[in-house]
Design a protein around this ligand. Structure first.
Ligand code: ADP
Length: 450
């Protein structure tokens, strides 16, 4: 079995720190990289070794030839990609293997399969997973799109074929609006992803976003680590994630776990991954996409399962067998994650910039903080606005919500606006407290919050 002794972390921010922590506990050396605007990043200090990447500050985390060359020069035998950046880039995974460096993640073939939302729907359908009716080829032609939309029946959703992050997405309720929506979706897709192609699928009204965490080794052992409810979203982007879902029928849950593990076994998937579903008002299950990386929201699952997802991911990449069987995994309590974003709720959630001048973090039992922020930290505006995650947990839902309220009230960040005031309102909202929320919850509530 190949042992991993030194890992380069091809990422920044809280996830870079999270991987460094996992490395330290496993007695593995860690190597950080950082761009010119990230020289004050806490992960840069905490890694055993750090390398500045000069030049374009975005490319610093994307130029994989450069990253692989640093890994080789510093004697790394593996690279952890975190999330975003190169984490779902099949070419990068291949280039690592070609350079005799272990890519800590799934096989390149699975990254590329699931990177294509349409192809992944076809593949998942073939292994027994229910999918939403829709196109299985990317389309660019408006007339062709309109015809397909008619066939599926309104409402439909148009999505960027080669995109993500909620960009290039348009919901169309009536045929008369199709043309203009199609045009804006394709031009947004072109702007953000360099490719204007879109696909169309049936729009689910008032769904819940429920996802299943999978972990699988190289020997065909596949287990699930339960589900997460990620229905609290703003513009199709997750804001709060919960494990387990506070309102989900046990039978439906069982079915989600059954189809997810079976599909991953049949496809020969390895490493960690998340299968995302939408559930309609009758609890009908529809697969939407699979993410072939560790997710932002993995901590809530770690808390309820007691399993360190990053550490196990590293061991699997090194060729270890899974240490536990499904029956041995016991779920306990509830965990809620709040994404802390440097953005201004009073100005349409525009990303905010500045230096954190005062910083007081919540603590006490049941509080976990995964963040790279600190007093005096200057938040760069070149990257995603998320500066950390507050995760709270308790034995029951009510306890977790009470703790969330207390912890959010303790959290004090001065110097730039954050979305903490938004979270404080959500945890006081009756519908949230009663677990009554779908993916439309936040967009409907926002005008009512002050
Ligand atoms: P992305 O990769 O851009 O994040 P996803 O396909 O994962 O896009 O969808 C993100 C969110 O968009 C979902 O959680 C859901 O709120 C909404 N969404 C996506 N597809 C549909 C659909 N067919 N019907 C209703 N909502 C959808």
């Amino acid at each position: 079995m190949k042992k991993i002794n030194k890992i380069l972390i091809a990422n920044r921010g809280e996830i870079a720190l999270r991987v460094i922590r996992a490395c330290k506990e496993l007695d593995i050396q860690s190597v950080a990289i950082y761009s010119e605007v990230d020289n004050e990043g806490v992960w840069v200090l905490k890694a055993d070794e750090s390398h500045l990447i000069k030049g374009d500050v975005l490319q610093a985390y994307l130029n994989y030839e450069n990253i692989i060359s640093i890994a080789k020069k510093s004697g790394c035998d593996a690279i952890h990609p975190g999330y975003g950046f190169l984490s779902e880039n099949a070419e990068f995974a291949k280039a690592c293997e070609e350079n005799d460096i272990i890519f800590i993640g799934p096989k390149a073939e699975h990254i590329s399969l699931f990177g294509d939302k349409m192809a992944s729907k076809v593949a998942m359908k073939a292994v027994g997973v229910p999918v939403l009716e829709g196109t299985d080829e990317p389309i660019l032609d408006k007339k062709e799109g309109a015809k397909i939309a008619e066939e599926i029946g309104f409402p439909i959703i148009i999505k960027a074929a080669f995109g993500g992050g909620g960009r290039g997405m348009r919901i169309v309720h009536k045929a008369k609006d199709f043309d203009s929506m199609f045009e804006s979706a394709t031009s947004e897709a072109l702007k953000f992803f360099g490719k204007g192609e879109v696909f169309i699928e049936k729009y689910v009204e008032n769904p819940r976003h429920i996802e299943v965490q999978i972990i699988a080794d190289k020997y065909g052992n596949v287990v699930h680590l339960g589900e997460r409810d990620c229905s609290i979203q703003r513009r199709h982007q997750k804001v709060i994630e919960i494990a387990p879902s506070p309102r989900l029928n046990d039978e439906v849950k069982k079915e989600l776990f059954r189809i997810s593990t079976k599909a991953m076994f049949k496809l020969g998937y390895e490493s960690v991954g998340t299968i995302e579903f939408l559930l309609d008002e009758n609890d009908t299950i529809y697969f939407i996409e699979m993410n072939t990386r560790v997710q932002v929201e993995h901590p809530v699952t770690e808390i309820i399962s007691g399993i360190d997802i990053i550490q196990r991911m590293i061991e699997i990449a090194a060729g270890d067998k899974l240490k536990f069987m499904q029956e041995e995994i016991k779920f306990r309590g509830y965990a809620i994650e709040f994404r802390i974003n440097a953005e201004n709720p009073e100005n349409n959630f525009m990303p905010s910039s500045g230096t954190i001048s005062a910083y007081l973090t919540p603590g006490g039992p049941g509080v976990r903080l995964d963040t790279s922020a600190y007093a005096g930290y200057k938040v760069p505006t070149n990257y995603d606005s998320m500066i950390g995650k507050l995760i709270v947990s308790a034995l029951d839902w009510e306890g977790a919500v009470n703790k969330a309220r207390r912890a959010l009230d303790e959290f004090f960040i001065e110097g730039l606006p954050t979305n903490i005031p938004l979270h404080q309102q959500i945890v006081r909202d009756e519908d949230f407290i009663n677990g009554k929320f779908t993916t439309n919850y936040l967009d409907k509530k926002l005008p009512k919050f002050n």
